[in-house]
Design a protein around this ligand. Structure first.
Ligand code: TPP
Ligand code: MG
Length: 1044
């Protein structure tokens, strides 16, 4: 039966020729295909079939058995329509009624109907492979056989026969209400819809409603037409985009600007996308993009004043000397961020912010999404339609950088969704010097997005109207379906990677074509003038207007002086820059409030049936609050969250398994053991508390409903759709999730945003975030963040990947000076403000409480890295009294430092201001303290003092000096668990040395080291070796002989 399967080459050619000669049908030109694709060989082709009796028919789509079945089905239906399934009833009804209505249809067999359906479907699925999306026409790609009418048995003779192609519950071309048409008209329309300047990839989306919506948009011809007025606006915008680059090129001939030439249509595309989004309710857009075209987007889309851009381009003038003006270290011009309000075509106003980003491609992606999510929370945008995130990517980086997937992967998680990000790829078909063939394994650079049922519109970047159309469609999709969407603008890069690069070294063929290729503006001007929509005078008028404004702005740029810090925007008004003094405040809380919130967070609803062990934990917690004694780590943390919540702050804790806590200590969300329902005590510290005010997001998969208090009763809320604590998945990602939380934290200072690594060791998966954003973001871009990073740390014998948290990395990036002691007088101290971040390793629940509260109770924001404990979570001595949390003065537990964070904790042996008999002062940080204390007791080494440096960075010079004075005869040692080349030693030693010099106690050479020897691995994998090493460390710290 092989002859029945596929049409012969001869027939196929004939059909193609006939079709291509017919009117406006666009003939495929093989040389213009964009990317090579390997498809089935055509060698098995055979003669085209004519309609055959059903029982003899057998082909790919309908084997013999099914055709007989079909005939029988039709017969049965004719006798009784109800005897067949509803879908077949619909099918036959349409088929027969259409046949009756059109005499030309009488010859249409069921097999032909089925085959026609498959042909249409093939266009929907594979049409993009034939679309003319490459402006350069360089890459050949073969068209799949599936788009060949001959494959379906149609020949030239069928072109003018009439057919009906309706299908039940299908929109667009296949909708059941479609009129009867000739095969020629059907093919013509399919080519127009699917094989023009836009290639649509959407048939991988499983949802019928979404597919139908897109089919309707794609297959309805009217939706792609623009009237004269719109065309003039598009022309104006394209002129701005093109002339902006020309102007920069003419004025700064040798400067790197990563121009947009070759993709100038991005600007009208983005502007139309924003206009459409605003029409559909968007009020604020957060944009992230890399180098390419950034200046053009800043000037023409975000509307940063051109004079400012030109001024920065001329050398980046530092702002004038304003009192307290912090200018940081600055960044290159194509990394800076900004935000403005601008009017839209439809007369609305929209707020646009472009997030500052580092060179690291795509690293800004999760930051933008996190910031968007925070905006949605703070503007009560519950259906996520007012705030939108837009990411602009390069083709190489979109395909290559893993953080792209990590970001996409967050898009549907309830605690991370933003209701859809719009992605635009500036696909110039090259990455620096690398061709797509060598740069990715996939057909398209956008294939990663298909993992998420994301529609992808590949559009020819030379066809500005098609770009605008795809951008508008993306905006509509996002507002309708609240999921991600991708616009892939296939374009080229007119110049090299940057303007001083020679592209012909590596892409000679491509650049030969580019040299003679007209710009998108020239193409559009010609098209509009030929169509009569605009005249030569109109084109000249727009050109002259743009040129003269650019020149005026250039002249003004010479006198431009930036006056204000734009980082103090919106919620940040009144916050202090590193150069403006902000006084240290106490962070203790009124005892009554402490008791009240303490009660709320330790009491469970009566009907709730927790796990037995959890029940006990909560009973113990309740006792801690009641007695005011023995507060443990989890309660200390919960009290910090609860008190911040009652003060009106937002608290968000994110990370893998953070609900329960990796070490099963937190239990912030409880599960009813009978019903599976969840209960989160911290959701109830306020009356009518917003469900997202406390947001804990982890990787548990359970989708149980959440219990809410209604008065004294408990009600079960139905599963909400967006952003409720009903489905608490978090991606198993570090880079993406940390970036998200960073972006989230930057929106509003009145939010405590925490990211917890499963073990601190895994944080290096997010190293780019720490290096490029968290540690240096304020210095480069003047943006503050109070993000808290919790990194479980401590040597407990759990092996090399579960002990270290790489404390040394964080300290090595700290910018407090190792040999200069800053002003430390309490009323004048700006040490933390001037430092890039804080690194702490705290040892008591109360100190943890205060360090978290301190993040909010100050007039500036600074990232906080916490080496958080593991075994201290349950350590019998790691307990605090409730009085250490309160704001009462003069009672037990209130020392000179007041109830606030203690940067250093003095020896616990009640030492006086002068202890001449102490022979050694051991300084340490973190849980090793408790082991040292135990050994001191065991060894009876009362002449050894132990101080805890709770805040490593910035270094507490003043307090260390005080302790040095207290023990004038003591040998000074630093004790740590880590190997010598790791941990805090290399950071502490020079600073301790500086303090010793200041106190006339020697210098860095006099700092004694107690800890593990240098090592490549962070820890041993052998428990016995670990125990031996640990014992040696604490014994050495107490040894009678001096440390050498
Ligand atoms: C993470 C990272 N790796 C490498 C680079 C160096 N680099 C800068 S641009 C570029 C090519 C990017 O190609 P593509 O994404 O296609 O963008 P295009 O420059 O073509 O617009 C590379 C490799 C970088 N900036 N960031
Ligand atoms: Mg590229």
């Amino acid at each position: 039966m092989a002859w029945l399967r596929v049409g012969s080459n001869v027939t196929k050619l004939a059909v193609r020729r006939t079709i291509s000669q017919a009117g406006s049908y666009v003939a495929p030109q093989r040389s213009r295909y964009f990317h090579a694709t390997v498809f089935r060989s055509k060698a098995q082709s055979s003669p085209a079939p004519r309609p055959v009796p059903l029982q003899r028919l057998s082909d790919n789509f309908l084997d013999g058995t099914s055709s007989v079945y079909l005939e029988e089905l039709q017969r049965a239906w004719e006798q009784d329509p109800k005897s067949v399934d509803e879908s077949w009833d619909n099918f036959f009804r349409n088929f027969v009624s259409q046949a009756a209505a059109s005499p030309g249809l009488s010859g249409q067999t069921i097999q032909e109907s089925m085959r026609l359906l498959l042909l249409v479907r093939s266009y929907q699925v594979y049409g993009h492979l034939k679309a003319k999306i490459d402006p350069l026409g360089l890459e050949e790609r073969s068209i799949p056989n599936d788009l060949d009418p001959a494959l379906y048995g149609f020949s030239e003779a069928d072109l003018d026969r009439e057919f009906f192609v309706g299908v039940w519950r299908m929109a667009g071309f296949l909708s059941e209400n479609r009129p009867v048409q000739t095969l020629r008209a059907i093919l013509e329309r399919l080519e127009q819809a699917y094989c023009g300047s836009i290639g649509y990839e959407y048939m991988h989306i499983a949802d019928r409603e979404k597919c139908n919506w897109l089919r309707d948009k794609i297959e309805t011809p009217a939706s792609t037409q623009y009237n004269r007025k719109r065309r003039e606006v598009i022309l104006d915008r394209l002129t701005w985009s093109t002339q902006f680059e020309n102007f920069l090129a003419a004025k700064w001939t040798a400067a790197k600007r990563f121009g947009l030439e070759g993709c100038e249509t991005l600007i009208p595309g983005m502007k139309e996308m924003f206009d459409r989004s605003a029409d559909l309710g968007v009020e604020s857009i957060v944009i992230g993009m890399s180098h390419r075209g950034r200046l053009n987007v800043l000037g023409n889309v975000v509307r940063k004043p051109l004079r400012q851009i030109f001024s920065e381009f001329s050398g980046g003038i530092k702002p004038v000397d304003e009192v307290g003006l912090y200018t940081g270290t600055g960044d290159v011009k194509y990394h800076l961020g900004t935000s403005y309000d601008r009017a839209t075509r439809g007369g609305k106003r929209i707020h646009l912010s472009l997030v500052a980003n580092p060179s690291h491609l795509e690293a800004v992606d999760p930051v933008v999404v996190g910031k968007t999510r925070a905006k949605q929370y703070f503007s009560n945008d519950v259906d996520r339609t007012k705030n939108l995130g837009i990411l602009i990517h390069g083709d190489g980086s979109f395909a290559g950088q893993g953080v792209v997937y990590e970001t996409l992967h967050l898009s549907a998680l309830p605690n991370y969704t933003t209701g859809g990000t719009i992605h635009i790829v500036v696909n110039n078909q090259v990455a620096f010097t690398t061709d797509p063939r060598s740069g990715r394994s996939s057909q398209y650079c956008t294939d990663v997005a298909k993992a998420l049922s994301t529609p992808i519109f590949h559009v020819n970047g030379d066809d500005v109207e098609a770009v605008v159309n795809a951008c508008e469609l993306a905006a509509e999709w996002r507002q309708n379906f609240h999921t991600d969407v991708v616009v892939d603008i296939v374009c080229y890069r007119r110049f090299g990677h940057n303007e001083i690069d020679e592209p012909s070294f590596t892409q000679p063929k491509m650049y030969k074509v580019i040299r003679n290729h007209p710009s998108a503006l020239e193409i559009y001007q010609k098209k509009l003038m030929e169509s009569g929509d605009v005249k030569k005078e109109d084109v000249d008028r727009i050109n002259n207007k743009v040129a003269s404004i650019l020149s005026e702005e250039f002249i003004s740029s010479k006198d431009y002086v930036p006056q204000t810090r734009d980082w103090l925007s919106a919620y940040w008004t009144g916050f202090k820059s590193p150069e403006q003094l902000s006084r240290v405040r106490n962070t203790g809380v009124n005892p009554e409030i402490l008791k009240n919130v303490g009660k709320t967070i330790t009491t469970l609803p009566e009907q709730f049936k927790p796990h037995r062990a959890v029940k006990r934990i909560f009973e113990d917690r309740a006792k801690m609050i009641e007695s005011g004694e023995g507060i443990d780590w989890a309660v200390g943390e919960a009290l910090a969250f609860a008190t911040l919540l009652v003060e009106g702050n937002h608290v968000r804790l994110s990370g893998q398994d953070v609900e329960r806590g990796t070490f099963s200590h937190r239990h912030s969300v409880l599960h009813d053991q009978e019903t599976g329902e969840k209960y989160c005590p911290l959701d109830h510290v306020m009356k009518n508390q917003h469900e997202e005010m406390f947001n804990v997001c982890n990787s548990m998969q359970n989708e149980a409903p959440v219990m809410h208090f209604v008065g004294t009763r408990i009600a079960l809320s139905a599963l909400g759709s967006l952003g409720t604590k009903t489905s608490l998945e978090c991606s198993l990602s570090e880079f993406g999730v940390l970036g998200f939380e960073l972006g989230y934290s930057m929106e509003n200072p009145n939010s405590l945003v925490l990211w917890e690594a499963q073990f601190g060791d895994f944080s290096n998966g997010a190293q780019v975030m720490f290096d490029q954003f968290v540690s240096s973001g304020e210095a480069k871009w003047l943006r503050q963040t109070g993000l808290v990073v919790l990194l479980p740390h401590g040597y407990d014998g759990q092996g090399p990947e579960h002990s270290s948290a790489r404390l040394e990395r964080f300290l090595q990036m700290s910018d407090d000076h190792p040999s200069v002691i800053p002003e430390m007088e309490p009323t004048l101290r700006k040490q933390i403000q001037e430092c890039n971040w804080q690194v702490v390793n705290v040892t008591t629940p109360a100190n943890y409480f205060h360090v978290l509260r301190r993040q909010i109770h100050r007039e500036f924001r600074k990232p906080l890295v916490v080496m958080s404990p593991k075994n201290l979570l349950r350590h019998k001595d790691c307990k605090s009294k409730l009085s250490e949390f309160d704001d009462v003065q003069g009672h037990e537990g209130f020392d000179k430092q007041g109830t606030r964070f203690k940067r250093l904790i003095m020896d616990q042996n009640d030492h006086s201001d002068l202890e001449e008999g102490i022979r050694r002062l051991v300084l340490c940080s973190g849980k090793v303290y408790y082991e040292l204390e135990e050994e001191r007791k065991k060894a009876g080494a009362k002449d050894v003092a132990i101080c805890r440096v709770e805040q490593l960075c910035p270094f507490p010079y003043d307090l260390v000096e005080r302790e040095l004075k207290r023990y004038p005869n003591a040998e000074v040692a630093w004790c740590q668990e880590e190997p010598m080349n790791m941990g805090a030693y290399s950071y502490v030693a020079p600073r301790l040395g500086t303090t010793m010099t200041a106190a006339s106690r020697g210098n860095v050479d006099d700092v004694k080291y107690i800890g593990r020897a240098p090592s490549a691995a962070t820890a041993t994998g052998f428990t016995q070796v670990h125990t031996k090493e640990q014992t040696e460390i604490v014994q050495k710290a107490m040894q009678p002989d001096p440390i050498n």
